[in-house]
Design a protein around this ligand. Structure first.
Ligand SMILES: CC(C)C(=O)/C=C\C(C(=O)O)=C(\O)C(=O)O
Ligand SMILES: [Fe+2]
Length: 301
């Protein structure tokens, strides 16, 4: 089977499962700083861009990751990728017309990634919201990246590289692989961490100002929100990071700054040794609750 030559615009959106929808909705609006756009049944839509949504919260018994949405460059890319998965014998399901309307996307398909079991959706267009996004207390620039833990990092990396055309930007030996959804320039829109089992590791929001990190530190402390890592600095992307927990214990990250890659003549991936300073240039350590909660939902088709 040939390698995929799929092309992406961006990490489109994340659907997260939360145990108490209204509690989490308040948290993502008031504490994280997302804009609540609409509620449909057991789902609440949020945005930090001019698109219809970047995060959807679903009420579910087990908190974690429901689905990852990838926005491709064009509808033809979506069809070609679907054919590629068919060639591998991987089942796909079209997004129903009704769901496409609810999600404000142009259809697309879903498939379950075989090494982690995570459900992924591929589409090429999401409607813009009726109003531009006005950041609140935190100047969130975009949904930045999602990192999964995998019991077999090498196999997960191979699947994303060969079958989805993601490119490796950097690696920490036996720790994490950072990948970009080519040709999106961000150092990583996706990461794979080493784990005992597949799990959501963390969700990242990029901010435009170093002050957003400092203010978040103060805000989380005053609301008694667990801070689980940082402020610190990741040597790979050169971003200043700050990790905290949502009400279910899901790990969220704000980061400021990120390397961008050209489409042509990109630098080669680097290999960082497994040591504290490879994760935090300033030598900090995570708290025990860092990236501990985040089941991958396997029920939805
Ligand atoms: C703590 C994570 C797993 C890590 O090891 C390093 C870097 C990360 C990340 O995966 O969160 C970044 O976001 C980064 O380099 O920007
Ligand atoms: Fe991150």
């Amino acid at each position: 089977m040939d390698r995929s030559n799929a092309r992406y615009q961006r990490l489109g959106y994340l659907a997260l499962n939360v145990s108490d929808l209204e509690r989490s909705a308040r948290f993502y609006e008031d504490i994280v700083g997302l804009q609540r756009s609409e509620t449909r049944g057991n789902s609440v839509f949020f945005r930090c861009s001019d698109r219809h949504h970047d995060i959807v919260l679903h009420k579910a018994p087990t908190p974690g990751l429901k689905r990852i949405g990838w926005q491709m460059e064009a509808a033809t890319q979506v069809q070609t990728l679907e054919q590629h998965f068919h060639g591998l014998g991987i089942p796909t399901q079209r997004v129903s017309n009704r769901e496409a309307v609810d999600l404000a996307i142009d259809g697309g398909f879903r498939m379950r990634e075989p090494t982690t079991g995570v459900l992924m959706e591929f589409y090429s267009h999401m409607d813009t919201a009726s109003e531009v996004f006005h950041p609140g207390h935190t100047k969130i620039e975009r949904l930045g990246h999602v990192v999964l833990a995998s019991a077999d990092m090498a196999e997960t990396e191979k699947f994303f590289a060969e079958n989805m055309n993601f490119k490796v930007s950097d690696r920490i030996e036996n720790g994490v692989v950072h990948m970009r959804c080519f040709p999106n320039p961000l150092h990583h829109s996706f990461g794979i961490g080493a784990g005992q089992a597949a799990q959501l590791h963390h969700v990242n929001f990029m901010v435009t100002d170093m002050d957003d990190i400092g203010r978040a530190n103060t805000r989380m402390k005053s609301h008694k929100i667990p801070i689980v890592y940082g402020p610190g600095k990741h040597p790979q992307s050169e971003s200043v990071f700050f990790y905290f927990l949502d009400p279910d214990g899901l790990t969220l990250e704000y980061s400021y700054g990120m390397e961008e890659f050209p489409e042509q003549d990109a630098r080669a991936p680097r290999l960082f040794p497994m040591k504290v300073e490879s994760v935090d240039h300033w030598g900090g350590l995570p708290e025990p609750d860092f990236a501990k909660v985040g089941a991958i939902e396997t029920a939805e088709t």
